[in-house]
Design a protein around this ligand. Structure first.
Ligand code: AMP
Ligand code: MG
Length: 412
């Protein structure tokens, strides 16, 4: 850590992220959890399927199960029974016979083909088949999705809704997951008030903590909310000591830049091994990372847009790693810029944007509102970040730019 932090100038955001990820180790304790509560959690061991999926050959259509070879003669077949989903036909489809079958019903013994009912005319128990039929039509094969014993999900997979469907289909009701990391969070600033409190002259409401609490709730971590701390070294020291003892990670906002009341920075310097990074990103820049009694610490800038974008770009990947999962870079898309953008070379810009597609499917993007790091309405109206590379300058309308769609944890 000290190498990069002693570098003069600004640290590229990719370097800051890689340095964090290199420095962190995931939680290890496992716990069993009911599958329906496991969405978002990280598997502590691989899960193999105890079953074939589908568990047996079954019909993909409502129709008739028969022997393909019987169609050669063109003679009607004798209807000998029904196979419903969950109520299979117990007998055997012998030459010259067929069974009425519904979607999802087990294929009866002897049958090798299903003909859909639209191709069939019936008179009493006599069934005539018309149209094209190929051997094996409309049968979902036992194990064609997953074979018994096959790995369904690897260790470290973060369980999604689709994963839950897959595991449930294999009859799995409980999984072994890694415990959730505990994150301690506080805001600092004498000017900060809670909703419901009156604002004195110069006061503002604490928006960072509410937004971060909401984001953390979506990230599947446990949170110790330490509230708003005044710009008071003793109070900050006491809370950091508690946070380091009780949490797996500490996140704060405010007080890490170079102002006279930036006490978080001073206390951290006294108590821990902290690097104060000037990250080459806008918004952002002042960002503290380090360890307090072994516990990783993330000091976000106070400005609300800076706090949330540094959180998204640097802390979310770190939390993913702490959880035992992997962080994968968010998908970036190319979109045509509809308005010129001002930019100075030297920092990666994360401008708040709105993107959409035109009738031809081309992506178009424009900035939302003013780009100041205190302008929350712009962030609230954005559905993407326009990512302008570090060394680039102004961008003209009509140029192609990179966008990063804003999904969870910012999406509603
Ligand atoms: P600081 O990093 O403490 O110097 O704060 C930089 C700017 O962010 C100042 O304008 C602060 O009032 C503002 N700020 C700090 N913390 C918060 C917060 N939790 N919510 C909203 N604004 C904040
Ligand atoms: Mg402050």
């Amino acid at each position: 850590m000290s190498d990069c932090c002693s570098q003069p100038g600004l640290m590229p955001v990719e370097v800051a992220r890689a340095t964090l990820l290199e420095d962190l180790t995931p939680v290890t304790r496992q716990e069993p959890l009911a599958l329906i509560h496991a969405c978002g959690r990280v598997l502590s061991e691989a899960v193999n399927s105890p079953e074939n999926l589908p568990p047996c050959d079954n019909s993909a259509m409502d129709g008739y199960a028969l022997r393909f070879a019987d169609l050669a003669s063109g003679e009607p077949l004798e209807l000998i029974g029904h196979s419903f989903a969950g109520k299979p036909f117990d007998g055997q489809v012998n030459p010259g016979t067929c069974v009425r079958i519904m979607t999802g019903a087990a294929l009866p013994a002897g049958a090798d083909t299903v003909v859909m009912q639209e191709q069939v005319t019936t008179r009493g128990e006599r069934v005539s088949i018309g149209g094209d039929v190929r051997p094996g039509d409309h049968i979902r094969r036992c194990g064609e999705d997953v074979r018994a014993g096959e790995e369904l999900l690897a260790r470290g997979a973060r369980i999604s809704v689709a994963h839950i469907a897959l595991l449930a289909a294999a009859g799995i009701g409980e999984v072994s997951v890694l415990r959730q990391p505990v994150v301690a969070l506080f805001s600092t600033g004498d000017e900060l008030r809670q909703a419901g409190e009156p604002l004195g002259n110069g006061d503002i409401y604490d928006s960072n903590r509410s937004a971060l609490l909401a984001a953390l709730a979506k990230l599947d971590v446990q949170v110790i909310d330490l509230g708003i701390l005044p710009d008071d070294k003793r109070v900050i020291r006491d809370n950091l000591t508690r946070a380091a003892r009780e949490a797996d990670a500490i996140i704060t906002s405010g007080g890490v830049s170079v102002g006279d009341a930036d006490y978080t920075r001073e206390v951290l310097e006294e108590m821990g091994q902290i690097g104060f990074w000037k990250v080459a990103m806008k918004p952002g820049k002042p960002f503290a990372y380090g360890r307090l009694q072994g516990t990783p610490f993330f000091g976000l800038p106070g400005n609300p847009v800076s706090a949330l974008i540094t959180f998204q770009q640097l802390v979310v990947p770190a939390l993913r790693l702490l959880q035992g999962g992997q962080w994968s870079a968010p998908i970036r898309l190319r979109a045509e810029l509809r308005q010129p953008l001002k930019k100075k070379p030297g920092r990666t810009d994360f401008q708040r944007g709105s993107y959409r597609s035109d009738e031809a499917g081309n992506l178009l993007v424009e900035p939302v509102g003013s780009q100041g790091s205190h302008i929350l309405s712009g962030l609230a109206g954005a559905n993407c970040l326009i990512v302008l590379p570090r060394e680039g300058g102004n961008v003209d309308a009509g140029e192609m730019v990179s966008i990063e769609p804003l999904a969870s944890p910012f999406a509603p």
